[in-house]
Design a binder for this molecule. Sequence first.
Ligand code: ATP
Ligand code: LTN
Length: 336
Amino acid sequence: MIDGKKVLLSGMQSTGIITLGNYLGALKNWVDLNDDESVQCFYAVMDLHSITVRQDPATLRKNGRTLYALYIAAGLDPEKNCLFFQSHVPAHAQLAWILNCYTYMGEMSRMTQFKDKSAKHADNINTGLFTYPVLMAADILLYQADMVPVGKDQLQHLEIARDIAGRFNGIYGDVFTIPEAYMGKSGAKIMSLQDPTKKMSKSDENPNGSILLLDDTDTIMRKFKRAITDSDGFIAYSEDKPGIKNLIDIYDAVTGNTPEQTVAEFDGKGYGDFKMAVGEAVASTLKPVQDEYARLIADKTYLDSMMKENAAKASYYANKTLRKVYKKVGFIELPR
Ligand code: ATP
Ligand code: LTN
C-alpha cells in the first residue's frame, strides 16, 4: 500500500518497437487505470531484461527511449503513474541477486519462456536468460506490488514471484506483499497476421506478421491486405477460422464491438472489404498515439525531466524494501 492505495506494477522489454498485440493486450489496459484513484501504478521500461537476448547498444538505447515516449503518448500520465527505466533503479539488480539465492535450479528449468527462448537463440543460452524470472520477481517485490497486469504468457513467471516471496517471508517474517495477477478489461491475445496460431510478437522474423505501433497508414493497410485468412469467403467467429477470428478480435478491440456485431456488420461482404475496414480502424486508433509520440520524442528536455523525476520516485520505494531485505538477511548497515 502507498498512501492507502493498492500498488500495481508492470512493464515491457525494450527489445523492439512494440506491436499492436502489446498495445491492445497490455498498454491500453494500463491506460484504462489512469483515472483510478485507488491504485498507485508503476510501469517500467525493462531494459535489464532486454539484454538476455543480444542487443546492439545504439538500437537498445533508441528502443528504450521510444518505448518510454510511447507509454506517455498512449495516455499514461507520468505525473500520476511512476514511469521509469529499470536500469535507473539499481535496487532491481541488487534484489535480484539476493532472490537468486532463494530460488532453485529446478524451478527455473521448468519455465516455458526459457525453453522457448533458448531454442530460438541456441548460440546464446546465457544464465541471465535462465534467471530472468528472478529479476522479474525483484521488479515486482521491490514495490510491494499487490497486482501485476500481465498476459497469459507471463503467468508462470508471476507464480514463481509469489513462490519466492512466500519462501522469503517464511524464513524472515512479513517482508514482501504476495502479488496477484491482474486481468485487464480486454484480455485480447492478438495473433500474427501471417500465422494466426502464433502470437503477434515484436521479435517476429516476418515483418508482415506484426503491426508495429509506429507503422504508417500505408504500411498498416498493406499488412492487413496480406493477412493470412482461409478460402471459405465468409466472415464468422470460429476457432476453425483463426485468421478471420484474429481480425475480428482486433476490430472489436479497437471499435468496442462484440464479435456478433462485427459478423452482422460484415454479413455478405468479402474478406477484401473486411481487411480494409480493420486496417482503417487500426490506423485511425493509432494515429493520435503516433502524433503525440512525434511531439514527445522531439522534446528531449521534457522526457529527460520525467525520467529523472520518476527514477527518483521509484528508487525511494525500491530502496525502502531493499534496506529491509538487507537487514533481514544479516548484512551490516554502513555506519553513518
Ligand atoms: P518479444 O517478442 O521480445 O519476446 P513480446 O512482443 O512478446 O516480446 P513482451 O515485452 O514480452 O512482448 O510483453 C509485454 C506485454 O505485452 C506482456 O504483458 C505480454 O503479455 C503482452 N503481449 C505480448 N504480445 C501480446 C499479444 N500478441 N497479444 C496480447 N498481449 C501481448
Ligand atoms: N517479462 C515481462 C516483462 C516484465 C514484467 C516485469 C512484467 C519484466 N519484469 C514485472 C510485469 C512485472 C514480459 O512481458 N515479457
